[in-house]
Every structure is written in structure tokens, then in C-alpha cells.
Design a protein around this ligand. Sequence first.
Ligand code: TXA
Ligand code: MG
Length: 347
Amino acid sequence: MALQTEYITVTDPASQDAELRHAADILRRGGLVVFPTETVYGLGGDATDAEAAKRIYAAKGRPSDNPLIIHLAYPEEAEAYAHTSPLYYRLAKAFMPGPLTVILPKKDTVPLSTTGGLDTVAVRCPAHPVAHRLIELLGRPIAAPSANLSGKPSPTNARHVAEDMDGRVDAILDGGESEIGLESTIVKLDGDTATLLRPGGITYDALCMVLDHVSVADAVTHRLAENERPLSPGMKYRHYAPTAPLVLLSGERERVLDFLRREQKETDCAILCYDEDVPFLDQRNLFCIGAREDLAAQAHSLFRTLRQADRANAACIYAPLPPTEGLGLALYNRMIRAAAHTVKHID
Ligand code: TXA
Ligand code: MG
């Protein structure tokens, strides 16, 4: 079923409405269009078309009980698709458009194939101007998971998208590097309770400034037991893991560097490290993730460096265990899953 994928570069959405209208027409006819967002690239289809969701699952190789986020141009448009609440509008006022997804009870206007059979729907208003204008031109929400093949890291540029999606979608819109680099924060609202299901660019502390109480789902930081039912279907799937085992290192900096230098001599390992550590390590298969204190830079480069480290065909990949404060929690959540919870403490 190979498709001829059309590549469209959109550097200035304001002056490229013709290109975006063309992309919206593809979606209107039931086709699939990959588009940039500020978090990661999305694999989009018409959220109101039950068949489009099936095509998205097929292109991604994703099980069809994993629900899709519907992307809106404006937060108020959620009224047509979900049962909103005062808490929803508090979050919308503070964080939309932006990297926040809110789960609400769904209305019948959203097909069950889009929500993986659930009676709730995830809504998000992306801030990226290309995403925003595309939704506006379609006049309907766009359902989109991250535009990677199931099991690969989320793509943060059009080159990564092409690696996974060439021949599987009708068009790919290239809007440059994703600014944040990690998927959106997901909050589930249930009456007046709020639960953080996936940490992202909007931090737990930022949510707590707007909502009185936010609980954190166990699966954000811990491995689910065999028989545990996750709050979000996505939590139960094996997330991206490199081919080589990934080991997260904790411990005092000098000790960790000693350990890494020894490993570099004795084994064929790849290393993700902070910028400050580069001068102290062998440059072979070394990938910088940003300065130690610069969590935003680390979020921005994480998926790219994981793709690079994976291509090095090393026997093992080492990376620092991220902190759990601030944006660190989102990094920790992605890394701990990519490492299948393997953490080595160096004494
Ligand atoms: O930043 C993002 O959120 C990107 C961009 C493209 O918007 N999208 C994204 O989608 O990361 P995806 O499908 O890769 O991850 C969405 C997660 C999945 O783990 C899914 O299980 C969960 O959201 N989800 C979606 N709808 C849900 C619902 N109704 N209830 C619980 N979890 C839901
Ligand atoms: Mg994804």
C-alpha cells in the first residue's frame, strides 16, 4: 500500500496559505498529513472521520485500542466534542495554546475509533503556527499521535518523520525542529479531580499553580505490575527502547566519569552526556544532550540523541538519570521507560 508521499516545506505559514489549504484538502478527503507541532511531529487525520483513525493506526503500526489526541485551533472548540468543566477552562486559560492535553468525557461527535473505544477524549491546542492554521483551514479537529512508527522515538524534525513515514502518508509538512522535543503534558479531569498521566513541557508545579490538587499517576515514575490497569492505554505499551540496552547512571559526578572512562576502554558502549562532561571522555560514540542545568535543552535533544546512539550499534548505551524536579520529570519518565527501569548507582 505504498503511497507517493508529498514533501511540503512551510517556513512562513502566513505567506504559504496555498500549501496549507492543499494539505487541509488532503485531510478533508480522508488522507493523512504529518504536521509540525511545538512538542513533536503529529500524524494527522480528520478526527471526525472514523476511517481516518483506522488509517492512522495502520500507518503507525499501532494497536487500535490506543486512543488519539484531537487537536483544536481554539480551546472553546472542545465544547462540540467533549463535556468541558470549569477546571478545563482554568487550564485552557493558563496553558492553551501550548503543550498541554486534557482528557474529558467525550461527546458522540467523536467516533469511538478515534478514542480507541473509550468514552473520554484527549484535546489539545497546539501553539505551532503551521498546526494551528492547518486545523483552522480544515474546520474540524485533527486526530494525531506522534508521527513515529510504533516503538520508535517521537520525531522532532521532518527528517526523522521521513525515516519512519515515507510511503505511509499522503504528505509531510516540514516546519523545522520541534521547539520542546517531548510530547505534551497529559492531565485527566474527572469532575473536580485532576491526574497527571504524562509529564511534558507544562510542569507539575505549573499545573499546581492553576489547579488546587493534582495527583500523579503511578505509571509516570514506576513500572506497572503485570495485572495493573493503566489510566492511559499508552502507558501499557512498550515505549521506545533502543536496540542496545540503555542503562541510567546515578551517583557523584567524578565517580560516574571514572566509571564511563573505564567502560569506554573495556567495552563498546555509546554515551549520552552533559556538555560539561565532554572534555573528560573519549569522543567516540559520545552524544551531548545539553548543559547539566539546562533541562529545556535536554528535552529538545533527547529523542534525536537516542536515535543517534541507537545507530552507533553499541553493545550498551549509558545516560545520566534525570532529576524528577521541574521539566526533569518529563525527561525522567521518557528515559526510565526507554531503559526498562534499569538504573545503576555508582559508589
Ligand atoms: O505532544 C503530543 O501530545 C503529540 C503531538 C502530536 O500532539 N501527540 C502524542 O500523541 O504524543 P500519542 O498518541 O503519541 O500519545 C498520546 C497519549 C497515548 O499514550 C494515549 O494512550 C493517551 O495519550 N490518550 C489519548 N487519549 C486518551 C484518553 N481518552 N484517555 C487516556 N489516555 C489517552
Ligand atoms: Mg507517541
